[in-house]
Write a protein that binds this ligand. Structure first.
Ligand code: CAA
Length: 260
């Protein structure tokens, strides 16, 4: 697939998607979201890719929001379709097997932050800024932010951010549990690659199942979610990787997982 607004790199075991509209602070228009959706599908179906990374090009932004210039004159019906596209993209990121890491290298605002929050892990540079400033424009987040933000940071902080539109720095975002870690800007991608390779070295079926268990189990009643965990745990004993991994431990060898 050829892309205009994103760059896609395969550095097995890692696939990297870079939103590439730096002059517009990587704002997410429909075309860009469709391209990211396509790239997520393409990379996640590659057998040699075990972790995906999404980042923004330039030094200023991950993505400064959904594209206000595209949204300004949308009708109600068009706005619904625009929101559905953002939701489809964010849900696709949650539903693929591979963990997805957002490498946030600057502004992560509005729809951009909603994209980051759909990712499994968020690492940020020290200059990153986070927020849901939609109320400044008299709208609410449209790509899942009202739901994913409060799930990450809790109701108290989530409400405050959503009602004030306030922008917080990377340390504040880490303290409130929105993001995982903060690195100096020039180290961010190296650290992200290091963390990606660490995840990729683990049993891929186990990592994929852990992702699915968290995603599917989070909103279930605890007893139902725990039953799914028991089923998945047992099912993994039908894989070669489980036998290989446990034998390697006993024989004091490093395991090499094949994903079967
Ligand atoms: N959409 C479209 N264009 C955007 C944009 C966005 N979300 N954010 C920035 N840009 C554009 C600017 O219009 C400008 O383009 P021009 O040169 O053509 O004028 C360019 O990117 C550079 O931006 P600034 O000159 O504004 O840069 P700055 O450093 O002065 O300010 C900023 C940076 C504080 C991030 C500011 O750009 C800003 O406030 N951006 C909008 C943030 C925002 O409100 N995001 C939420 C959008 S609504 C949403 O996302 C809805 C949803 O949930 C689906």
């Amino acid at each position: 697939m050829a892309f205009e607004n994103i760059l896609v790199e395969k550095k097995p075991p890692v696939g990297i998607i870079t939103i590439n509209r730096p002059e517009q602070l990587n704002a997410l228009n429909s075309k860009t979201m469709m391209e990211i959706y396509g790239a997520v599908g393409e990379l996640s179906s590659s057998e040699d890719i075990r972790v995906l990374v999404i980042t923004g090009s330039g030094k200023k932004a991950f993505a400064a929001g959904a594209d206000i210039k595209e949204m300004v004159n949308l009708s109600v019906t068009q706005a619904r379709a625009f929101s559905e596209l953002g939701h489809r993209l964010c849900t696709a990121i949650e539903e693929i097997q591979q963990p997805v890491i957002a490498a946030v290298n600057g502004f992560s605002l509005g729809g951009g932050n909603e994209l980051a929050m759909a990712c499994d892990i968020i690492y940020a540079s020290e200059n990153a800024r986070f927020g849901q400033p939609e109320v400044n424009l008299a709208v609410v987040p449209g790509f899942g932010g009202t739901q994913r933000l409060v799930r990450r940071v809790g109701l108290a902080k989530g409400r405050e951010l959503l009602y004030t539109g306030e922008i917080v720095n990377a340390q504040e975002a880490k303290t409130m549990g929105m993001i995982n870690e903060v690195y100096p800007a020039d180290e961010l991608m190296d650290k992200v690659m290091e963390r990606s390779r660490l995840i990729a070295s683990k049993g891929p079926l186990a990592v994929a199942q852990a992702k699915r268990l968290i995603y599917q189990g989070f909103d279930l009643p605890l007893c139902g979610a725990l039953e799914i965990e028991r089923q998945v745990f047992a099912g993994l004993f039908g894989t070669n990787d489980q036998r290989h991994g446990m034998k390697a431990f006993i024989e004091k060898k490093k395991p090499e997982y094949k994903g079967n």
